[in-house]
Design a protein around this ligand. Structure first.
Ligand SMILES: Cc1cc2nc3c(=O)[nH]c(=O)nc-3n(C[C@H](O)[C@H](O)[C@H](O)COP(=O)(O)O)c2cc1C
Length: 363
């Protein structure tokens, strides 16, 4: 099977990638006090040295008191935090790589007011859940939008090559998309996904104003939520368009379409996946992700399940058909910084199993 589709360059605005591989954002919690260490910089540099096209960092918290729920996850605000990120950028660039931070706010996904008062649309963490805190006020909403915009401007100033907004997996932005967690009675909710997209659209507009027209802005979305794998923000292609188009209009350039298994069709009657539909409906470039090169999916991996290397032929076929533009790789790259060069050079017998023990180190 030809690897050409995976190893051809990709250009979009100022982003010039040598190939189609993207390191998927993966929280590692190796940044004590929220400051990325030299080991974190070396970890990303190792992937750049081994030809990953674009590195998307682990989720990193914007400037709100409870944007993160673990003090060992790196923050994206504060002088020492940003200086540490500058070191990461410089290391990756020195190795010839490109890097984008994933700007994150966890919202109420993992419960209680731990590191500060939780921000969430309606004070609940899942559909039908009991309110455990008060909903975000207008001032909280405005400050959160501003926090994302400031983080985006800082990313550009530090030399990052793009930014990604984490709008997936049932975290804050997705809590506004999901009618299970957004039961507000203001303009940020309404009967359709288009109204529930307004919070994300406001963030995107503020981000776009902060970084200017040419800077690449990626948004990561998922239909599934960690709170419920079976729900969807958009049940039909028409609703998917109603969800995505306002985001594109507000400044999103690239849709990073998170699935647990990339080969699963998004809607009945077509084998297009989520990234395939997003590209077809909006014309925007898209990133697919989910169990690329591995036999099992990542949520089971958190419970300890290992995975073996799996063929990427199906992926290559879809990529060659231009179903999507880029390919996110998570655990295979967490386990093995050399995954991309091993694939490129046909060293498939050297591909590694994904083992839970990989989470314990930052190699
Ligand atoms: C350890 C770990 C941490 C993750 N952290 C994040 C994160 O911070 N942000 C995010 O959007 N996805 C996160 N994910 C999901 C991955 O980006 C990716 O979508 C998922 O692992 C599926 O890709 P894979 O099957 O290639 O691993 C994480 C996954 C793993 C395994």
């Amino acid at each position: 099977m030809s690897l050409d589709a995976l190893f051809k360059p990709f250009e979009f605005k100022s982003l010039k990638l040598p190939n189609r591989t993207v390191m998927a954002p993966m929280t590692r919690s190796f940044s004590p006090g929220g400051v990325a260490t030299d080991e974190v910089a070396a970890y990303y540099r190792r992937r750049a040295e081994n030809k990953v096209g674009l590195i998307i960092t682990e989720g990193t918290g914007v400037a709100r008191p409870a944007s993160l729920n673990d003090a060992n996850i790196p923050r994206f605000h504060g002088d020492k935090e940003l200086a540490a990120w500058k070191k990461v950028v410089d290391e990756v660039h020195a190795a010839g790589g490109l890097i984008a931070p994933q700007l994150w706010h966890v919202g109420s996904a993992q419960g209680k007011d731990k590191l500060g008062k939780v921000d969430s649309p309606s004070g609940i963490s899942k559909a039908g859940g009991e309110p455990f805190t008060t909903p975000m006020t207008d001032a909280d909403v405005a400050d959160t939008i501003a926090a994302f915009a400031t983080a985006a401007a800082d990313a550009k100033r530090l030399g990052f090559d793009a930014i990604e907004l984490h709008g997936a997996h049932g975290y804050l932005i997705d809590q506004f998309f999901w009618n299970g967690t957004n039961i507000r009675e203001d303009h940020l909710n309404g009967p359709t996904i288009a109204e529930r997209s307004r919070f994300a659209a406001e963030i995107l507009k503020a981000v776009r104003a902060a970084v200017g027209p040419d800077y690449p802005v990626i948004i990561r979305l998922s239909q599934w939520k960690q709170q419920d794998f079976s729900v969807k923000n958009a049940e039909t292609p028409q609703l998917l368009e109603a969800w995505l188009q306002p985001l594109a209009d507000a400044g999103a350039d690239i849709f990073h379409c998170s699935q647990r298994r990339f080969w699963e069709p998004e809607f009945e009657g077509s084998d297009l996946n989520f990234a395939g539909w997003a590209k077809k409906l909006t014309g925007a470039p898209t990133i697919t992700v989910g169990s690329v090169g591995l036999s099992g999916e990542f949520v089971a991996a958190f419970a300890g399940e290992g995975s073996q290397p799996a063929s990427i032929d199906g992926l290559l076929e879809r990529l060659a058909r231009d179903e999507f533009d880029l390919v996110g790789i998570g655990r295979a790259l967490l386990q093995d910084p050399e995954w991309v060069v091993k694939i490129r050079d046909g060293r498939t017998d050297e591909l590694l199993n994904y083992e839970r023990s990989a989470l314990a180190t930052l190699y």
